[in-house]
Design a protein around this ligand. Structure first.
Ligand SMILES: [Zn+2]
Length: 125
């Protein structure tokens, strides 16, 4: 798809950009300055990121998704192989922690993208 000037339209994908840690408005600036800490403003489009707050939303979704996956896999392993308890602890405890940490940042970016798209820019509280 191209415009009359021969350039290309940039496809807007706020949820993909948010899940990958980029600004949901422009898709170029980075959302995070640390593991979960946000920049104050987008370096590319100057969106005030201090106005968005995902609250506890990402943690709830991460707990539900990771809990389902780990508990289902642990129960399946228990039924199929009946391993000793220490094997379950060695496998599923680190897997649960790794899955939660791996999902937390993309989920927070996704929640922030949803808030930016649906609520617009608000003055800070
Ligand atoms: Zn931006």
């Amino acid at each position: 798809m191209s415009d009359a000037g021969g350039g290309r339209f940039r496809q807007i994908r706020p949820f993909l950009w948010g899940a990958t840690g980029r600004c949901a408005r422009c898709g170029k600036g980075r959302l995070f300055s640390g593991f979960l800490k946000l920049h104050d403003r987008c370096a590319s489009c100057d969106y005030n990121l201090a106005t968005v707050d995902s609250g506890d939303g990402p943690a709830v979704f991460v707990i539900l998704i990771a809990g389902f996956i780990v508990v289902f896999a642990a129960l399946l392993t228990e039924v199929m192989f009946n391993p000793p308890v220490w094997v379950d602890l060695v496998i599923w405890l680190p897997a649960g922690v790794a899955l939660c940490l791996g999902l937390l940042r993309p989920m927070k970016g996704l929640m922030i993208a949803a808030q930016m798209r649906n609520c617009g820019e608000r003055p800070p509280l």
